[in-house]
Design a protein around this ligand. Sequence first.
Ligand SMILES: [Zn+2]
Length: 101
Amino acid sequence: MIPVNKLNTPVGPMKVTQTDKNLEYAGGAVHGLCLIGTDFDIKLRKGLNEFLEKQTFMHEMLHTIEIMNGLEFEEYEIDTLATGLIFLMRNNPKVVEWIQK
Ligand SMILES: [Zn+2]
């Protein structure tokens, strides 16, 4: 369960919602969506395992940086960055704490 329902992002405040519905992007099933336009919403599929939920959430948060900066990453690049950031954050809690101050 994601511990927040709102998120401050580079594109502004966003809602965070989890849904039982299937999510699709470009005709394929996805675990999450980053909707920026009329809605500012990060949606995640319910029922993902704990790591996949965190990885998908990080993935969708990284899309906000991508969009804000006019970048165009491939999905596998966003996935690689999301997994790498989670690894760095989990294995360096003092650095995360230092950044937060
Ligand atoms: Zn994506």
